[in-house]
Write a protein that binds this ligand. Sequence first.
Ligand code: GTP
Ligand code: MG
Length: 453
Amino acid sequence: MAEEIICAPATSPFNSALSIIRVSGTGVFDITPVFFKAFTNYEDRKALYGTIVNREGHSLDDVVLTPFKGPRSFTGEDTIEISCHGNPLIVQSILQLLIDEHGVRMAQPGEFTRRAFINGKVDLTEAEAINSIIQAKSEWEVNASLQQMHGSLKNAVASLKDELILLKANIEAAIDFSQEEIEFVSYDQAISQTEGVKSHIEDIYLRCKVSEKMRHGVDIAIVGKPNVGKSSILNMIINSERAIVSDIPGTTRDIIKESVQLGGVHVNFIDTAGIHATEDLVEKIGIKKSHEEIAQAVYVLAVFDNTTGLEASDRELLEILPKDNTFPLVNKCDSESSHSFEDLKDLFAEQSISFSAKQGLGFDILEKRLSEKIQSGFGNVKNNFVADLRIVTLLKTALSMSDGLIHSLMNSEPEEIIAFQINDIINTLEEITGDISDEDVLESIFTRFCIGK
Ligand SMILES: Nc1nc2c(ncn2[C@@H]2O[C@H](COP(=O)(O)OP(=O)(O)OP(=O)(O)O)[C@@H](O)[C@H]2O)c(=O)[nH]1
Ligand SMILES: [Mg+2]
């Protein structure tokens, strides 16, 4: 069915060197010669230099227009891309001309990608990856999104589906030829095949779960007693005076969260209130939050003060820190001190790092150790997927369905029931790629896209 022609700016509404307007839909090449006077001859997928004119013959801007004849276009439809000068007023005037004089309508957010999906140019895993490329906050996410846009998750799901289709075919053949006592696949074989499928689903599920965490960013809490220099460390890492620093103990009361990229991964550093015994009500609330952050964070930077040595409040903190995921930092190493931190030596998996927030000492070592830890903790981060909650939930459903299938096979349930259960898993996988989809699901996916995408 011919869709209406839609248009939208594909670039941000700021003054810039260039802006791009996308126009897509059947009939777009019929209207193009009316508003675009090319200075060169038309050729598909070749940029044309020319001018945009309204019905009165008034010129709006000199532009470069690239035609993409469907289906060899992003949406699969006839499409043009107009590169005009990057002034929001010009972009607005060209869009207005298309709407007023040519019956084109403004696109909804994600409508171009939705059309690409409808026209079979991308499946839902690839569509989500396209959005993810735009929204990515780390190099890791850009790479994973690119791979997924090229079909990494789609192919993984497709090979799972193939395994299940084969299993189902064997089971169905057993039903069809049940009178002839030919056994196409024994239940034992079916169990081992289903276990194979289940472990593949599990692998994809885990790679999606990791990516879910990585997209949120890896939380790293900075904790320690008051005045050790936690806020100074945060400020040093993000290279900004974000948190208030003072020599008054108990300066930070609330949680301060700032994100940076570390080894290509999105990391959230969380500055917390100094932990010690206090009667101050507000400080107490802050300290409670610090404890919560220690419990929730993936890694902890435990800060100690070179000028004071280990005191009672430090020792209390040592009791609650996670052994494997804590990086002990001895801060203020720029100051002379005779204190020993030998006691930290065997408490944590990581050796303590001599640090100075004031002079930036020790940060390179911390950065290297953290990057290594993140890489090992999150597996080979390059092979993960950029799945959202929808995909993760569907994979979880497929996992529990394969458990159900194994259970039924063990109980020697009739072949009809087995075939039915296999079908359910296949349908769930098809929801991931969008072979099966309903309007509400598509709506919720594509409205998360920006306009023009
Ligand atoms: N010499 C030296 N002083 C530092 C260093 N880091 C922080 N300080 C000083 O230590 C004092 C406390 O620093 P903050 O960063 O506010 O300490 P905090 O741990 O956030 O303190 P609270 O928020 O009160 O828990 C300030 O006077 C800082 O200038 C350092 O590396 N060397
Ligand atoms: Mg502070």
